[in-house]
Design a binder for this molecule. Structure first.
Ligand code: 1PR
Length: 554
């Protein structure tokens, strides 16, 4: 039997592969519509308007490609429409992000930037949504009170009670979420229109249920996940995010394998020093998704040697992983301007675009972030607009650009004589030093730079990075827990989210990092790959020790 077709508007502004995969996983076929000059949406029965990135860019593209009028006609005809993220934002009047651009104005409200004085911005993570006015025992489009959905955005329809009353009087049914102290619109429903600020295609089983209920037009759904009273109320409202990280490289036989180093050394101490092989990247990613990982990160750790052509296997890894892992995927390694062996220059933006099209939601930039920060300071603290961080975040939004930092602790006798921001440390140095800073490295720790991690992160935030993946070479592979002093220093440097990485060896380490620092997410690698603990065991442990985690229904 032919599969029912779902049409998806594709303005070529981000990862739509995951949405396509989610819809296909549910048994439908996807057809993308990329422009519509003089065209119409008459043939379309079910339409999705997904969006990522910049509001102004998205709305301008929607107009330029001839979508606005046909879209309004489509809505008037009563056929079902689902807007996602910037797709939802398009229905609003305006956004502080691009004040010069008019939205479609269906929802009489403006979007504003979250206040970053009490929380990281963008909001990146899993939040719950409250459908206002729904009956006991049933909810709208599977937006269960106990389910968690994946949000990633800096601007939102922040509402006061009078806004809620007004919008409800205009016929909108609203679902709201609270981030820090700000309550905002998480979803709107009116007749045939349904739109979510969060990404259902990235929200695990809960998100798949939501997409399915939209496609089947089952508006009122029975509640499967009830809200639990005994769950920690986190300061932000987000769950404690747990990320599984796969360091990937080609082994000596030419196979792409997941490996894991000790302080970045990935060679076996025995077996003639072969590259440590811990499994196949796609299989392991799917395993961690099923165990409940909130995100999966792939780092191509030998990217500095390769051209993007040789990186093609990583694109395939992303393509395949995105078919079965319905949580955010990050890819790092080799995101930079590259000169191919034949002399062709491939800008970093193009390299990143290939990964987004393959199914990545974020790219992680390591070595190039260091060069960008060095140039930023050499340039008197000015942005040039040309670095990969800038070009990629301009095109895909800051939430799509992670910087991966590889710092190493450097002790100093006298902080007054050090150019970089020092901390007083509880772990004194070999000569009894009481102070240290964190020196930046690149190329997987091979190259040491005259730059501190504090200064690096501040420069990258100004350039347009949206998140920090904070490794620590001293801690990597040691199973001795995270470096809280480093994490606290970097949290004080930036207002974008920070992911703690390096040193996790047991579930207690995840509990401790969330209880002792204000970190936004924690990443583990070796302990999962060696099979010592599953992600589920970590989350169960965190939950038993009072931390709020997302537990999916696998
Ligand atoms: O410089 O943009 O091409 O990116 C290269 C990327 O590869 C960077 O993100 C860099 O951190 C990473 N990388 C390079 N060499 C290595 C190596 O191990 N030899 N891995 C490497 C970095 C660190 C973490 C690791 C945690 C957790 N790996 O990702 O997974 O430390 O480990 P643990 O929980 O087992 O302690 P570019």
């Amino acid at each position: 039997m032919a599969r029912e077709v779902v049409h998806v508007i594709d303005l070529e502004s981000g990862n739509l592969r995951s949405l396509q995969n989610a819809i296909e996983h549910l048994g439908y076929e996807v057809e993308f519509i990329r422009r519509l000059e003089n065209g119409s949406l008459m043939h379309v029965q079910k339409l999705i308007l997904p969006g990522v990135g910049n509001f102004g860019h998205f709305v301008r593209e929607l107009r330029a490609r001839g979508f606005v009028e046909p879209l309004m006609e489509y809505i008037d005809s009563g056929r079902p429409l689902l807007g996602i993220c910037v797709g939802l934002q398009t229905f609003f009047k305006r956004s502080e992000e691009s004040p010069e651009v008019q939205g479609l104005g269906l929802v009489d409200l403006d979007l504003t930037r979250f206040d970053d004085s009490d929380k990281s911005v963008p909001e990146i993570g899993w939040n719950c949504v409250r459908v206002l006015g729904s009956e006991d025992g049933s909810t709208l489009y599977a937006m269960d009170p106990g389910s968690r959905f994946y949000f990633v955005h800096s601007y939102a329809g922040i509402v006061r009670s009078e806004d809620i009353d007004r919008l409800q009087n205009e016929g909108w049914t609203l679902a709201v979420a609270t981030y820090g102290s700000e309550t905002f619109i998480a979803a709107v429903v009116k007749n045939n229109i349904f739109a979510t600020q969060f990404h259902p295609e990235k929200s695990g089983i809960a998100g798949l249920r939501l997409i399915e209920s939209f496609l089947k037009q089952e508006k009122n759904t029975a509640i499967v996940n009830k809200a639990l009273d005994d769950v920690e109320k986190t300061p932000t409202g987000l769950t404690r995010r747990v990320i599984a990280c796969l360091d990937v490289r080609t082994n000596d036989n030419g196979d792409l394998v997941v490996t894991k180093g000790d302080q970045y050394d990935v060679r076996e101490k025995s077996d003639a020093g072969d590259v440590r092989n811990l499994g196949k990247p796609v299989e392991m990613a799917e395993k961690y998704y099923r165990q409940g990982a909130d995100e999966v990160t792939f780092l191509n750790i030998t990217s500095f040697r390769n051209s993007p052509m040789k990186d093609a296997p990583m694109l395939e890894v992303l393509r395949l992983a995105a078919k079965t892992c319905f949580v955010p995927l990050t890819v790092g390694g080799g995101i930079k301007d590259v000169i191919d062996p034949d002399g062709t220059r491939i800008p970093a933006l193009e390299v990143a675009s290939l990964y987004f099209r393959a199914g990545a939601d974020k790219v992680s930039i390591g070595s190039d972030a260091v060069s960008a920060a060095e140039n930023f300071y050499a340039n008197g603290g000015k942005c040039t607009g040309t670095t990969p961080i800038e070009t990629i975040s301009r095109a895909y939004g800051i939430q799509a650009v992670v910087i991966s930092v590889d710092p190493k602790r450097k002790y100093v006798a006298d902080p007054a004589k050090c150019k970089y921001k020092c901390i007083e440390t509880k772990v004194t140095g070999p000569q009894g030093e009481k102070y240290c800073y964190y020196q930046v490295t690149s190329q997987g720790g091979r190259k040491v730079h005259e730059l501190g991690a504090y200064e690096l992160c501040q420069a990258c935030e100004k350039l347009g990075a949206g998140e920090v993946l904070l490794n620590c070479i001293d801690k990597d592979g040691t199973n001795s827990g995270y470096d809280f002093e480093l994490i606290n220093q970097i949290k004080s440097a930036v207002s974008i989210p920070v992911i703690a990485s390096s040193g996790a060896g047991k579930p207690e380490h995840f509990e401790q990092v969330f209880k002792n620092t204000a970190v936004d997410a924690a990443l583990g690698a070796g302990m999962f790959h060696r099979g010592e603990y599953t992600v589920k065991q970590v989350k169960d442990y965190m939950r038993e020790h009072g931390l709020c985690v997302r537990l999916d229904e696998h």
